[in-house]
Design a binder for this molecule. Structure first.
Ligand code: UDP
Length: 320
């Protein structure tokens, strides 16, 4: 099968591409290298069934050609990272909404099935954990730029499901929950690669707020397994799935685990949210996926526990 991965040089996209190549597929990675990097695909860049196209998903004509040529599209290209989103809200909204619009418009013409990657961020400030796919969503006001990301991903979801409803375009929507693993960069704010880098450098580990906020971290390989299995499951079409690991940890406890596993003497310090992001920044206290639906559909079960994930990220950043 010929597979197009938009954002194929990104953190998740590169792991997905590597897996699809191993499964015998032809893979084209479209990436503008805004947050992705050729280093992510270095180990398989010369594979005869792999091709990188360095351009933007916003290049309408090019994206159209690539979608036409593909049997399946994983649309991962997006503006990601809370730090980037708060700093560049216009870019975030345009990339996420317009990029998806272009991909879906071409897919419907060529009848190419599409995966849309959404985010647990869409659950916003809801406190009804674990989050179910059919739950009500609770977002903050439009003056707080963080929520632009959730809204942009929700428009993507609405648009994909609308194409499914009106034109029977086969779409699958996945909401990824804090995906982590080797190749992820802390440059755009993601907490685990930042904590690991800080611990290894002996620098202070920066816990934002009081550190009681919690997250559920999922290993990137588990996410890739889920995507591949969903792609093979006809009953998944037209549905939205949480892809995550329900194991929850507070950010302060995460900092301690990273420091311990790294054997580091880094102090753990608290940084006020206003200093880390912007005045009035709103964080979500907890974020836990309900994975009943994906379990029932593909038997999904996350395999890699948090300590093992941290060890793998440590090994990656140590260059071993
Ligand atoms: N965070 C932190 N220190 C950092 C980076 C992030 O304490 O250096 C916190 C952040 O405020 C949030 C959690 O870690 O509560 C997860 O942040 P991330 O940006 O990785 O993902 P999010 O869940 O916010 O999308």
């Amino acid at each position: 099968m010929k597979v197009l991965i938009t954002g194929g040089c990104g953190f998740v996209g590169s792991h997905l591409g590597e897996r699809l190549l191993a499964d015998g597929h032809d893979v084209v990675a479209l990436d503008d290298l805004s947050t992705g990097s050729l280093t992510n695909v270095e180990s398989f860049r010369d594979h005869p069934r792999f091709r990188t196209v360095i351009d933007s998903v916003m290049n309408d004509a090019l994206t159209g050609t690539l979608v036409d040529d593909a049997d399946l599209v994983f649309h991962l290209a997006a503006a990601v990272g809370v730090k980037l989103i708060v700093e560049r809200p216009v870019h975030t909204i345009e990339t996420n909404v317009h990029g998806t619009d272009i991909v879906l418009k071409h897919a419907v013409r060529s009848r190419t099935p599409v995966f849309i990657t959404s985010s647990s961020e869409v659950y916003g400030k809801s406190t009804h954990v674990p989050f179910r796919e059919d739950a009500d969503l609770v977002l903050g006001p439009t003056s707080k730029h963080r929520w632009a990301y959730a809204c942009s991903k929700l428009i993507d979801e609405f648009l994909a499901l609308a194409y499914w409803k009106e034109q029977s375009l086969p779409v699958i929507v996945v909401r990824l929950f804090n995906t982590v693993g080797p190749r992820q960069t802390g440059q755009y704010g993601m907490v685990l690669p930042r904590f690991v880098r800080q611990a290894l450098a002996g620098e202070p580990i920066t816990v934002y707020g009081d550190g009681t906020q919690s997250r559920s971290f999922t290993y990137v390989g588990d996410v890739v397994d889920a995507l591949v299995a969903l792609a093979r499951t006809p009953s998944a079409v037209g549905q939205v799935f949480n892809v995550g690991n329900p194991e929850e940890i507070s950010i302060r406890a995460l900092a301690e685990r990273v420091r311990d596993l790294a054997g580091s003497a880094s102090p753990i310090i608290s940084v006020p949210y206003e200093e880390a992001y912007e005045a009035g920044f709103e964080d979500m206290p907890r974020r836990v996926p309900d994975i009943t639906r994906i379990q029932a559909t593909i038997g999904f079960r996350p395999r890699v526990p948090l300590d093992e994930i941290i060890q793998r990220v440590l090994a990656f950043q140590r260059g071993v």
